[in-house]
Design a protein around this ligand. Structure first.
Ligand code: MN
Length: 261
């Protein structure tokens, strides 16, 4: 059985994280366990100590930029412990615009640090701020591999993101919406991964669990006009591309420049 990929979930925020870990161990899933603060990273990565397929990314969520920007020195100290960074990004919603300067300060710091380190993979939040996120990715071209999680920009912004070499992680909630589905149909299949964003993303009132990435796989299989098992294989192949490319930072860029030629 092909394992599933959940490229963006918050394992530490489920009521019983160890129960989630036990399920992932049984399913042999590939998971990116994202964090929202640097101070959560060590404890969250310990949850998955025994599961090499579960990687824990170092994040500072834009919604917490004002409250937690004081943790940037800790972010810097932890950065060499993981190839994966996130959840980071910008949030242009009304509530978060009130501390926009803090968001910019944090995101610039993170991109600068990732550029210096090299070879990082970033899971990026861009709600209501697609243009600004893309501007900053362009400003720091050596940031690594950017995966735009639950992208909600315009088709034109999506095209720009594709040109910039971004990847995308899409989940059941995104694919269930008309706009999300339309955006996913324009994404290059070789740069798409699945995610749940659980437990924040819910189905009804119940938080999504990583295994529910299968809903996203179903939707992608019909978009790509292939069987479900084929779609699963493609997604795992995409994940492996990311996992191996991040060890060799320049290889993906080479792939893209070859494709452009
Ligand atoms: Mn999230």
């Amino acid at each position: 059985m092909t394992p599933f990929v959940d490229m963006h979930c918050h394992l530490d925020l489920y009521p019983d994280p160890m129960a989630q870990i036990a399920k992932l161990a049984a399913s042999r899933a590939y998971v990116l366990s994202v964090t929202t603060t640097p101070s959560a990273w060590t404890r969250t990565s310990q949850l998955a100590d025994q599961l090499p397929r579960v990687q824990t990314s170092l994040g500072l969520h834009p919604q917490l930029a004002r409250e937690r920007r004081s943790e940037l020195p800790l972010f810097d100290r932890l950065l060499n412990k993981t190839r994966y960074v996130g959840e980071v990004g910008l949030d242009g919603s009304t509530a978060c615009k009130s501390f926009w300067a803090d968001q910019i300060h944090v995101f610039e710091h993170v991109l600068h640090a990732c550029s210096n380190a090299g070879g990082k993979v970033l899971s990026i939040h861009s709600r209501g701020a697609a243009r600004e996120v893309l501007d900053y990715l362009e400003k720091f071209p050596d940031h690594g591999i950017a995966i735009l999680h639950w992208f909600t920009g315009t088709p034109r912004q999506l095209a720009r993101a594709i040109d910039l070499g971004c990847w995308f992680s899409v989940g059941p909630a995104m694919l269930a919406s008309k706009n999300g589905h339309a955006l996913a149909s324009r994404m290059p299949p070789e740069r798409v991964l699945t995610e749940t964003d659980g437990p924040f993303a819910k189905e009804g009132k119940v938080p999504l669990q990583p295994a529910q990435c299968d809903r996203a796989v179903d939707a992608l299989a019909s978009l790509w006009r292939c069987g479900i098992e084929n779609a699963k294989h493609s997604i795992v192949a995409n994940f492996r591309m990311i996992a191996s490319a991040s060890e060799r930072p320049s290889s993906l860029r080479d792939t893209y420049s070859r494709r452009l030629l």
